[in-house]
Write a protein that binds this ligand. Structure first.
Ligand code: GRF
Length: 203
């Protein structure tokens, strides 16, 4: 399966996915990494791994529609079959999302449907939750919504700040995203209705 990864920044989840795809026998290959920000550090991570990269700078496009059309064209040209959003900070048009329905996944640093949107770790602390975590889900038009592939729980510890909590959740993200990708690439996770059914194959 040819995978396209969308990033905007640091690229630590990208790195986790690159490492997974490099494992022997993994049936997915990263065909292209696209960043909407020219200086995204994740671009260098992809380049170091010999993966083709592309910058599609949203600032150069008059509208979301024209930006998304360029994105769509680049992904199709690279033969991408599954898009992984990894810290991609652009809202996509409904049209783009529909075109890639059930073929685009995202990672979000909370246990959805709790804490959609931004500043999730501070909001989790403010809410006093004792467990948070991360979610990999198929992308739908509403932000941080869509059929859930996998989730991991992470404890909130006394004295946590948004930074310490983010770091703990990020470690979990680096395990969860590869796991979720593997399920999809192996054909063991499929969308049925608006839920993901996992085939555990007797395990
Ligand atoms: C991660 O916390 C991810 O869940 C969120 O943005 C962050 C991206 O980090 N959507 P990185 O670029 O993968 O290091």
């Amino acid at each position: 399966m040819r995978i396209g990864i969308l990033i905007s920044g640091r690229g630590s989840n990208l790195k986790a996915l690159i490492d997974t795809c490099a494992e022997p026998g993994f049936r997915g290959r990263i065909a292209l990494v696209i960043s909407n920000r020219p200086g995204a550090p994740g671009l260098a991570i992809a380049e170091a791994a010999g993966i083709p990269t592309l910058v599609i700078d949203h600032k150069e496009y008059a509208s979301r529609t024209t930006f998304d059309a360029e994105l769509d064209q680049a992904l199709r040209k690279a033969g991408v079959e599954l898009i992984c959003n990894a810290g991609f900070m652009r809202i996509l048009t409904d049209e783009f999302v529909e075109k890639w329905r059930d073929r685009q996944i995202n990672i979000h640093p909370s246990i959805l449907p709790a804490f959609k949107g931004m500043h999730v770790h501070q909001r989790a602390l403010d809410a006093g939750v004792k467990i948070t975590g991360c979610t990999v889900h198929f992308v739908r038009a509403e932000m941080d919504e869509g059929p859930i592939v996998a989730q991991a729980a992470v404890p909130v510890l006394p004295g946590d700040t948004a930074e310490t909590l983010a770091a703990r959740v990020l470690e979990a993200e680096h395990k969860l995203y590869p796991l979720a990708l593997r399920l999809i690439v192996d054909g063991r996770a499929r969308v049925a209705g608006e839920q993901v059914v996992i085939d555990y194959d007797g395990e």
